[in-house]
Design a protein around this ligand. Structure first.
Ligand SMILES: Cc1ncc(COP(=O)(O)O)c(C=O)c1O
Ligand SMILES: [Zn+2]
Length: 418
């Protein structure tokens, strides 16, 4: 791939473009390198022509600008005004970026399409990841699309719709007996066989492959395009390692550098165990590993430690981190679904809880323009949000029985039309 390189965010040293991203060979920093482009953002933005499937309309801003791409027509998801939810939360201008509509029903497709396109270009023969969740399902789909084998390292005991989804795409799932073995094992296979790993595999975590993270920049481009070239005040996202938070922020920075927007948003990380919040509060230069004090309902973001680049984004954007535990999460899922007709995964609705919190404590103002990113669909974790519902006994099919069922069992009194 011409014109791009990887650069250490700490010392600026250039690194070779390759499948395995390790600690910086110049300064030893344990931080994900950034992709740098020969042409500045302003020039590339000028060349965006609006054609291409989904997010590939912005291909001039991506590492795989020229040549073949592996796509399922991801991105270009709607930014929906959410006035009823906004009123319930106390914000006038609330928008939901509906990422449930991506090809594998999560925003990880933005990462996968770019990472797999790049991997194919770099001659990768096998794709691999250590996620049995949305990232794994997404990679498995794009591997199938590229005609490449995919190996997913997971740990014994993981189950649920996402694992089933991964297997349906034909990926090979390796459940390791000890959870902590999956990253070193992935790294070993990458080193020995040149597999292309899209997920993190280092501890402390540095994040996913930097080429894939570039795909998330398109979230920023699409949000600003749908807001008629303006920038929201706040962008609120569920955060695990913070790949998407970082990628989206880079997108806003590029738009700003290109003169397409005149200011930048403040980024909000809704996180489970509060590692980014702890780093901010204690003014740390690293992100502490927190104790897993409960079993999170938001299984997709249950890691105890975010990445350094996510911390940098919160600092640069004057952002905030909001801890979101299990309390209120199912209610938030139902509030979003019932007010706006959008059914998100429990992880994906964490922004609803975070926005409510930030409005209540006065951080987000009533007139602010707020975008909540709903990152995956509610069918992904039905086992967590609903358990296994018992089959309801049938209602006898007479008008009186059904009317009584509506009013007595469901509490709904039918109104006469007209
Ligand atoms: C639905 C969903 N939302 C958000 C995230 C957070 O991802 P990141 O590691 O980019 O912060 C994940 C990660 O797996 C996810 O599956
Ligand atoms: Zn360095």
């Amino acid at each position: 791939m011409n014109g791009i390189a990887l650069q250490c965010p700490c010392c600026g040293a250039r690194q070779k473009m390759r499948a395995l991203v390790e600690d910086c060979s110049a300064c030893g920093a344990n931080a994900n390198p950034r992709v740098t482009y020969e042409a500045p953002a302003a020039v590339r933005w000028h060349e965006v022509d609006g054609s291409g499937p989904g997010l590939w309309r912005y291909r001039r801003m991506l590492p795989t600008a020229d040549g073949e791409i592996v796509t399922l027509n991801e991105g270009a998801t709607p930014l929906l005004a959410a006035p009823r939810l906004g009123r319930a939360l106390g914000v006038e201008r609330l928008y939901i970026k509906d990422e449930t509509r991506n090809p594998t029903w999560s925003y990880k497709d933005r990462l996968s399409t770019v990472a797999v396109s790049a991997a194919a270009r770099l001659g990768a023969k096998v794709l691999a990841t250590s996620s049995s969740g949305n990232a794994g399902a997404s990679l498995a789909a794009y591997a199938a699309r590229a005609g490449l084998p995919c190996v997913v390292f997971t740990f014994a005991g993981t189950a649920g719709p996402m694992l089933a989804q991964i297997e349906k795409y034909g990926a090979k799932v390796v459940p390791l007996a000890r959870k902590q073995d999956r990253w070193p094992m992935l790294a070993e296979f990458v080193k020995r066989f040149g597999w292309f790993a899209t997920s993190p595999y280092m501890a402390p975590v540095t994040g996913s492959h930097p080429l894939g993270i570039e795909g998330y920049k398109t979230l920023a481009y699409e949000i600003c395009a749908d807001l008629d070239g303006t920038c929201p005040d706040w962008v609120v996202m569920p955060v695990c390692y913070g790949d998407a938070l970082a990628g989206t922020w880079y997108g806003f920075q590029e738009l700003h550098a290109a003169g397409a927007i005149d200011r930048l948003p403040r980024m909000v990380a809704a996180e489970v165990f509060g590692s980014l919040g702890a780093a901010l509060a204690r003014n740390l230069d690293h992100v502490p590993d927190m104790a897993a004090t409960f079993a999170p309902l938001a299984v997709s973001v249950g890691a105890t430690q975010g990445s350094v680049q996510a911390l940098q984004v919160l600092r640069e954007s004057r952002g905030v981190a909001v801890p979101v535990g299990n309390d209120g999460l199912i209610e938030a899922q139902e509030t979003l679904a019932r007010h706006e007709g959008l059914f998100g995964e429990l992880t994906a609705v964490m922004p609803v809880v975070a926005i409510e919190h930030l409005v209540r404590d006065g951080t987000i103002g009533r007139d602010d323009c707020v975008v909540g990113v709903v990152t995956a669909a509610g069918l992904k974790d039905l086992d967590k949000s609903c358990g296994s519902p018992e089959a309801a006994a049938g209602v006898p099919g007479t008008f009186d029985d059904v009317s009584r069922f509506l009013s007595d069992t469901l509490g709904f009194i039918p109104a006469r039309a007209g």
